[in-house]
Write a protein that binds this ligand. Structure first.
Ligand code: PEP
Ligand code: MN
Length: 451
C-alpha cells in the first residue's frame, strides 16, 4: 500500500497544459463540483503502473523497428451499461483470434492493445444535435453526459468522471483476471478460429491460412514446443486522452525515477480533432512518458507530422510515438506516401498504424451511421501497399470492433446489408465490426500479407 500512497499524485505535477486551449472540453456547469471530482481522482490509486507502460513501450519499439505488428481494437465508445465481464471476455478472445492469424501470416509477434478500460469520451464534430425540431447538446460519451435525448441527460456532469474511473477499474480487473488465467493457449485460439471458419461462407478462402496454422502447430508439437503453454495473454489497454480534467489528476510521478505517467491507461492517443500543436492536448502528452498515439486524418501535412514528432518524440525513441492514420480508402494511396517519406527522411523512428474506420464512415439510406467492410479492407490494403512500395514498415491496424454479433457495419463474410442495420445496432457512437467481421478482416489481411 505504501507504494500506492507514495506515488505522487497529479494535478499540480503536470499542469503546463491547463492555461492552453483544450478543444472538445465539455462545458462543465459547476466548477466547484468539477474541483471536488478532480481532487478525488488525484488521490485515487493508479489504474496502470509505470513498469507496465514501459513494457508496452518496448513492445511498440519492436513495431517501430519493423519487428512486430500492433493490433489495437475495441469499441468506439465504451458505455457504463455494457462494462460486463462477458463483453470484455468476448473482445479479448476476438482479438486473440485475430492476433493468432496475423502472427502466422506476418511471422512476427502481434502486440494486443484494447480500446478498453477508459474509452468513455468522444470528440464530436457538432456541439448540438437536432431531432424533430428539438436541439440539445450532443452526446460526448458516458464520461461526460447521457446518451438519452433529453435536456437533463445531456448536461455535462463531472461525477461521471468518477464513474469512468470506476468502470475502467472494473474492466481492467476483468482483463487482468482473464489474462492471468492464461487459459487461451494457441491451440485453443486456433480451435475457435476453426469453428469460425466452419460457419463462414468464405471458408474456402480461409482454409489455406488455417491449414498452414495446423501444420505450424503440428511442427511445434513435434519439436517438443508446447503451443498450449505459450503465453499468448499479454494485453494492454488504451483510450483517447480527450478529457484533460480526467487525465491531469490521474497523472503520477514515480518517486524513485521522477518520471511522469498517465495512470489511466497504458497507451493514450490524441484524436484527429485535438492534435493542435498549440493546444492543451499536445502539451499534456509531451509531459507524460507513456507510449502515445496521434491520429492523422486527410488534412495532415508532412509539416504537421514533423512538428508533432518534434513536440512529442524529440529524442526519436522507437516505441514512444505511433501515428494512427485514418485517411479513407480512396485517399490513403495519395496522402500517406508523402507523410511517411518526410518523417522517415527526418530520422524519426515512429510506428505507423492504419485505422481503416474513421475515413470510411457513411450514412445508410435508413440514416444509420455505417461503414462498408470492403472499404475498410481496401484502406488496410492500400496502407500496406504504400509501405511496401516505400520500403517502410506497415505497423498494424487500429479498428473499432466488438466480440458481439452486432449489425453496424455492412458487408463481410455474411454480407450484411443495409436492412440488417435495424437488427442489432448497439453502438453509442461509431459502427463497429462484429466478431465475425473482425475475424474476416484478420483472415483477409493475412491472405495478402502471406502472399
Ligand atoms: C475515434 O477513434 O473514435 C475517433 C474519434 O477518431 P478520430 O480522432 O480519428 O476521428
Ligand atoms: Mn470512433
Amino acid at each position: 500500500m505504501d507504494t500506492l500512497k507514495s506515488e505522487t499524485s497529479g494535478v499540480a505535477l503536470v499542469n503546463t497544459w491547463s492555461g492552453l486551449p483544450a478543444a472538445q472540453r465539455p462545458d462543465w456547469p459547476d466548477p466547484a463540483a468539477l474541483h471536488r471530482v478532480t481532487e478525488e481522482l488525484a488521490g485515487a490509486p493508479p489504474l496502470v503502473f509505470a513498469d507496465e507502460c514501459d513494457r508496452l513501450r518496448d513492445r511498440l519499439a519492436a513495431v517501430a523497428r519493423g519487428e512486430a505488428l500492433l493490433l489495437q481494437g475495441g469499441d468506439c465508445a465504451e458505455t457504463f451499461a455494457q462494462a460486463s465481464a462477458d463483453s470484455v471476455h468476448r473482445k479479448l478472445t476476438t482479438m486473440m483470434q485475430m492476433a493468432a492469424v496475423l502472427t502466422y501470416a506476418a511471422s512476427v509477434p502481434v502486440v494486443k492493445v484494447g480500446r478498453l478500460a477508459g474509452q468513455y469520451a468522444k470528440p464530436r464534430s457538432q456541439p448540438v444535435e437536432t431531432r424533430d425540431g428539438v436541439t440539445l447538446p450532443t452526446y460526448r460519451g458516458d464520461a461526460v453526459n447521457g446518451f438519452d435525448f433529453t435536456a437533463e441527460a445531456r448536461v455535462p456532469d463531472p461525477e461521471r468522471l468518477l464513474r469512468m474511473y470506476r468502470a475502467s477499474s472494473s474492466t481492467l480487473n476483468a482483463v487482468r483476471a482473464f489474462t492471468a488465467r492464461g487459459h487461451a493457449g494457441l491451440s485453443q485460439v486456433h480451435e475457435w478460429n476453426r469453428d469460425f471458419i466452419a460457419g463462414s461462407p468464405l471458408r474456402g478462402t480461409y482454409e489455406t491460412i488455417a491449414a498452414g496454422i495446423d501444420r505450424a502447430l503440428h511442427f511445434m508439437r513435434a519439436t517438443g514446443a508446447r503451443p498450449d503453454h505459450f503465453d499468448d495473454a499479454e494485453f494492454y489497454v488504451s483510450h483517447e486522452g480527450l478529457l484533460l480534467d480526467y487525465e491531469g489528476p490521474l497523472t503520477r510521478r514515480d518517486p524513485r525515477t521522477g518520471r511522469v505517467h498517465a495512470a489511466s491507461g497504458h497507451m493514450l492517443w490524441i484524436g484527429e480533432r485535438t492534435r493542435d500543436l498549440d493546444g492543451a492536448h499536445v502539451e499534456y502528452f509531451s509531459r507524460i512518458d507513456n507510449p502515445i498515439g496521434v491520429k492523422l486524418g486527410p488534412t495532415a501535412t508532412p509539416d504537421t507530422v514533423l512538428r508533432l514528432i518534434d513536440r512529442l518524440d524529440p529524442d526519436g525513441e522507437p516505441g514512444r510515438l505511433t501515428f494512427v492514420v485514418r485517411l479513407g480508402a480512396d485517399r490513403v494511396r495519395d496522402v500517406l506516401p508523402d507523410l511517411v517519406e518526410k518523417a522517415t527522411a527526418s530520422g524519426a523512428r515512429v510506428a505507423w498504424v492504419c485505422d481503416p474506420m474513421h475515413g470510411n464512415t457513411m450514412e445508410a439510406p435508413s440514416g444509420h451511421k455505417t461503414r462498408r467492410f470492403d472499404d475498410i479492407l481496401a484502406e488496410v490494403r492500400g496502407f500496406f501497399e504504400v509501405h511496401r512500395a516505400l520500403g517502410t514498415h506497415a505497423g498494424g491496424i487500429h479498428v473499432e470492433l466488438t466480440g458481439d454479433d452486432v449489425t453496424e457495419c455492412v458487408g463481410g463474410g455474411h454480407d450484411l446489408g443495409f436492412p440488417d442495420l435495424f437488427d442489432r445496432y448497439e453502438s453509442a457512437c461509431d459502427p463497429r465490426l462484429n466478431r465475425g467481421q473482425s475475424l474476416d478482416l484478420a483472415f483477409l489481411v493475412a491472405e495478402f500479407l502471406h502472399g
